[in-house]
Ligand binder design. Structure first.
Ligand code: FES
Ligand code: FES
Length: 207
């Protein structure tokens, strides 16, 4: 609890710093001919950029009423604010696929998605694909085929693998490799990941 409070204080301090430093920068570049009114309007817009906004998001069929700064990514919101840490941060630059989630049924990289823009959409994370007792068929297949070693890339691989099957791109092993190429596995578990996806596709089970 104390850690959370300290974290909140730290974030507030950081927010204030960002606000002030942006305003200072803005002031330093403001031409003298700009009117006072226009300047205060500009300051307001800069300040708003760092202000938390109210937003309601639906994540794993649960509604969350939140206050989010516009710059916060969906990945950081999931992991740091909602503690849905199944979604992993690998590169944070759209290069590794570890952060893959579904938005309205489509796979997206949550590190490249702003949380505030997801209002009105259904977000599904790795925590939302099983009902808590019964694993998703692709989770079972990953276990059966040893589709992981350290497991860090696995949530992203599974979310992408589900999409790969739904999109009709899991008909052949070559197709699977092609349409899973955005998901990097540093342990090199690729051949078993492909087998797991292929098996579920062939089984005809609903994903
Ligand atoms: Fe998002 Fe690597 S963390 S693609
Ligand atoms: Fe270790 Fe994929 S299982 S990175």
């Amino acid at each position: 609890m104390d850690i959370d409070k300290n974290k909140d204080k730290h974030q507030e301090g950081r927010r204030d710093f960002l606000k002030k430093s942006s305003l200072l920068t803005a002031f330093s570049f403001t031409a003298p001919l700009v009117t006072k009114a226009a300047k205060s309007n500009f300051d307001e817009r800069i300040a708003n950029f760092f202000e938390a906004q109210k937003v309601t998001l639906s994540i794993n069929k649960k509604s969350y009423a939140l206050q989010i700064e516009p710059r916060v990514t969906l990945l950081d919101l999931l992991r740091e604010k909602l503690h849905l840490s199944g979604t992993k941060k690998g590169c944070d630059h759209g290069q590794c696929g570890a952060c893959t989630v579904h938005v309205d049924g489509q796979r997206v990289l949550s590190c490249l998605s702003l949380a505030i823009m997801q209002e009105g959409k259904e977000i599904t994370t790795i925590e939302g694909i099983s009902d808590g007792r019964q694993l998703h068929p692709l989770q079972e297949a990953f276990i059966e085929h040893d589709g992981f070693q350290c497991g860090y890339c696995t949530p992203g691989q599974i979310m992408s693998g589900i999409s790969c099957i739904r999109e009709g791109h899991a008909g052949t092993e070559d197709d699977i490799r092609e349409y899973m190429s955005g998901n990097i596995c540093r342990c090199g578990a690729y051949s078993n990941i492909v087998k797991a996806i292929s098996d579920v596709q062939k089984s005809g089970k609903a994903v």
